[in-house]
Design a protein around this ligand. Structure first.
Ligand SMILES: [Zn+2]
Length: 145
């Protein structure tokens, strides 16, 4: 296993992020699979139709999206997905979650804001590896660059 196991990352984490994207965009306008694929690619996710369509189906089965088939550009019938009220409620919770997560993972990490020390039973690995950057006086030591 390499350091970055992209399949594992996808299965464990990214699928959830993609669902957030889809709900977000479906709130803006009805979306078709092809559009979602190119939008996710724009975000740097190389996702295949074989991954996306089951995902859309799941979101629909959960009652968060509703789809209907209609004639699109080029006279081909396309399946349009739009957000349901239940999906909107989920999206609202997700927005709060993303804000909180961003605050913690991005802003706080960037500002090196002092945090409450974790009360772990024991953390021998962290101590042994020198992973602790907090000094005894509670201020953060400057990380070496
Ligand atoms: Zn997007």
């Amino acid at each position: 296993m390499t350091v970055l196991d992209s399949k594992l990352l996808t299965r464990e984490i990214l699928l959830g992020f993609w669902k957030v994207h889809i709900l977000h965009h479906a709130a803006e306008h009805p979306v078709i699979g092809q559009w979602v694929l190119s939008e996710l690619r724009r975000h740097g996710y190389d996702i295949s139709p074989g991954t996306l369509y089951p995902l859309l189906k799941r979101l629909e089965r959960n009652g968060w999206l509703r789809s209907e088939s209609a004639v699109g550009q080029g006279k081909r019938r396309r399946r349009y997905y739009r957000l349901t009220n239940r999906g909107a409620a989920v999206l609202e919770v997700l927005r709060e979650t993303v804000i909180e997560l961003h605050h913690e993972v991005v802003e706080e990490a960037a500002s090196h804001a002092p945090r409450k020390p974790l009360r772990l039973e024991s953390a021998p690995d962290a101590q042994a590896s020198g992973a602790r950057t907090r000094r005894a006086d509670g201020r953060k030591s400057r990380s070496a660059r």
